[in-house]
Design a protein around this ligand. Structure first.
Ligand code: C2E
Ligand code: MG
Ligand code: MG
Ligand code: MG
Length: 290
């Protein structure tokens, strides 16, 4: 009798694990979190290297768990892409960013904000209608929007991607190729997609000026961008030496921890409204004697 009861209990536990587990799976978790407002845009300033002013920001999502922990996108974007959750999440992040930036951005039409899209967004035109709808009901203008497509992941349909990008550009939205240098599609994307901005990946910025290979690659990317009439943004700038190396090369725009990490909306808007150019980082004062 006791063995039978144990078996019954085992089955009950198995059923609970199976069905309870399904309801609490990562997908259901993410949808519940979205309804709960747990996906929060952060804003990393993009700095004009000539003037120290803020040119705009890149919007980077964080998952803020109910206990306050901030989960970085690297921990959930992959799963979100596999399950299709990325579609509602992207639109929710855009809507929230448009609302948060609206008051500041409507007063400063020159400011830009960049959003990351994933390869699957470039399969059909739905994203074009969605972006148009979000920003036509917002104080952020379409001309202030930059959409980033990463070179890291293969685009499923090059022709579709090309048409989608062209439609965005007709609406006044600009498009950037992100993580340039790290992907497999790099040169062919530049050949087939007419993008406006090239974001050079941190991988190459890290050793800029200190390692010959990285420096040569950055130099040739800058040259290529100039020939293709594209603007350059340097990603992941962490040191004053890198800032100097970029300025010497005529790169105008950069983002990185040397200026600011991704910030909550209120902090970013306060920074912009303070009107003060961000102080250019200065080289460390060297002691005359050691
Ligand atoms: P990304 O688009 O290349 O974004 C730049 C990443 O570099 C961000 O990481 C940013 O926080 C980080 N970063 C910026 N400056 C520095 C620096 O000086 N040093 C270092 N070590 N890192 C720096 P984050 O926020 O963790 O995002 C990682 C990636 O996740 C993004 O790379 C992007 O591909 C993806 N991602 C972020 N938000 C979204 C989103 O809303 N939608 C989609 N589809 N992808 C997103
Ligand atoms: Mg990006
Ligand atoms: Mg990037
Ligand atoms: Mg990157």
């Amino acid at each position: 009798a006791s063995a039978g009861a144990g078996g019954g209990l085992g089955l009950l536990i198995a059923l609970l694990v199976l069905f309870g587990g399904r309801e609490r799976g990562p997908m259901a978790d993410m949808h519940r979190a979205l309804r709960n407002g747990e996906f929060i845009p952060h804003y990393q300033p993009i700095i004009d290297l000539d003037t120290g002013r803020i040119l705009g920001c890149e919007v980077l999502v964080r998952w803020r768990k109910p206990d306050g922990r901030l989960i970085p996108p690297g921990a959930f974007i992959g799963e979100a892409e596999r399950t299709g959750f990325i579609f509602p999440m992207t639109l929710a992040v855009m809507r929230q960013a448009a609302a948060e930036l609206g008051p500041t951005y409507s007063a400063r039409p020159e400011l830009k904000c960049g959003f990351n899209l994933c390869a699957a967004h470039f399969r059909d035109q739905t994203i074009v209608t969605d972006v148009a709808a979000i920003f036509s009901h917002s104080d952020v203008a379409l001309s202030q929007v930059l959409l980033e497509v990463t070179e890291r992941d293969p685009l499923p349909d090059m022709d579709a991607a090309r048409k989608i990008i062209a439609r965005f550009q007709e609406m006044g939205v600009r498009v950037a190729l992100d993580d340039v240098g790290t992907g497999h599609g790099g040169m062919s994307y530049l050949l087939k997609l007419r993008v406006d901005v090239m974001k050079i990946d941190k991988l190459f910025i890290d050793a800029l000026g200190s390692e010959r290979q990285s420096t040569a690659i950055v130099d040739s990317l800058i040259d290529l961008a100039a020939h293709l009439n594209m603007e350059v943004v340097a990603e992941g700038v962490e040191t004053f030496d890198q800032v100097e190396a970029l300025r010497r090369r005529g790169v105008r725009a950069a983002q990185g921890y040397v200026f600011a990490p991704p910030l909550p909306g209120s902090s970013f808007c306060q920074l912009v409204q303070a009107m003060e150019p961000v102080a250019m980082p200065q080289p460390p004062v060297r002691k005359a004697l050691r």
